[in-house]
Design a protein around this ligand. Structure first.
Ligand SMILES: NC(=O)c1ccc[n+]([C@@H]2O[C@H](COP(=O)([O-])OP(=O)(O)OC[C@H]3O[C@@H](n4cnc5c(N)ncnc54)[C@H](OP(=O)(O)O)[C@@H]3O)[C@@H](O)[C@H]2O)c1
Length: 297
């Protein structure tokens, strides 16, 4: 490993430890710092150096990876004269979860302090880090990403550059989590329906896995239609809004009959009804996008 690929990881909680451990195991010279020093012991056993201060951790590295609970904690650690001075000329990779607004503000601070900055979104839990299946998104200048890419490969998978806008990794993170929560909240309702109807959850589990490929295909279809603004029902429409709503009404009735909380379905119900009222019954499901994002048509 070349000298310019030395890494420091600031923050060794669950995720930070996984990141530091992956770097160390890949042979990247790794330094760590954590507020609670005892949490660095396992990393020291893997060969990581433990720094006494944030500034000395920064000085020991070419690429500084931060992973703490939030941006407020990160700012408190990095926006000191000593740490900012040490960061000058280095690459800072922020992997703490945040928002596009926080990422852009951090990007501005970094350029004012002559720090090369990438803002990352980790689309995985710590157990995936260092393995093939991991996806980590990076926003920021392509040239900075190109300098860091080889060492970031130690985290597993293929590092994904999502563009020069430092806010785009966290924006995409939120969009992907929206897809995830749609599925997970729906799953809670599905489990409640099964239990109320006396269906074993093992049966629900088996069938949920079986329909997963269909869900992936339908998600791709909706995004593609929104992208092309193909909202009208056509020969490739998989199910009209009316067909969706007919099946959906049965779900709502079933939930009501069993006293299942209506909060999750309530939002879907409002959107379906508003679209039908506007005469969109024969249209594609993707037509609902014009209600989710008014003015999108
Ligand atoms: N866990 C996941 O599956 C996952 C997935 C994607 C993204 N993330 C993101 O990764 C970040 C860390 O999550 P985590 O699961 O690793 O959390 P965690 O295990 O609770 O670790 C939190 C880390 O932040 C540090 N910290 C908190 N407040 C601090 C402060 N005021 N000053 C200095 N350090 C402070 C903690 O230090 P101490 O050890 O001293 O408390 C610890 O190193 C979060 O932004 C999270 O959203 C996590």
């Amino acid at each position: 490993m070349e000298q310019r690929n030395r890494v420091s990881v600031i923050g060794t909680g669950r995720m930070g430890s996984a990141l530091a451990s992956a770097f160390a195991k890949a042979g990247v010279p790794t330094t760590v710092w954590n507020r609670t020093r005892t949490k660095t012991a396992r990393l020291a056993a893997l060969g990581a150096r433990v720094a006494d201060t944030v500034a000395s951790a920064v000085q020991a590295a070419d690429i500084v990876v931060v992973n703490v609970i939030d941006y407020e904690a990160s700012d408190r650690l990095l926006r000191t004269d000593e740490a900012a001075q040490a960061l000058r000329g280095r690459i800072l990779v922020q992997t703490t979860s945040g928002s596009p607004k926080l990422a852009r503000a951090a990007g501005e601070w970094a350029s004012e302090h002559d720090v090369a900055y990438l803002d990352a979104a980790i689309m995985a839990t710590p157990d995936f880090i260092g393995h093939d299946g991991v996806t980590i998104l990076y926003g920021g200048p392509a040239a900075v990403f190109a300098r860091a890419e080889a060492v970031l490969r130690a985290l597993g998978g293929t590092p994904v550059h999502v563009g020069d806008d430092v806010g785009h990794a966290s924006a995409l993170d939120s969009a992907l989590l929206s897809t995830m929560w749609g599925g997970l909240f729906g799953t809670l309702v599905g489990a409640a329906v099964c239990e109320a109807e006396g269906i074993a959850l093992a049966t629900y589990r088996a069938h949920a896995t079986a329909v997963a490929p269909m869900m992936i295909a339908a998600t791709d279809d909706v995004i593609g239609r929104v992208q092309a603004r193909r909202f009208a029902g056509d020969e490739t429409t998989l199910a009209s809004l009316e067909a969706h709503f007919t099946a959906f009404r049965h779900l709502v009735e079933l939930c009501d009959a069993h006293g299942i909380d209506p909060s999750v379905n309530g939002g879907f119900d409002r959107l379906f009804r508003a679209a039908i009222d506007r005469g969109h019954a024969p249209d594609d499901f993707a037509q609902l996008y014009t209600l989710v994002r008014p003015g999108a048509a």
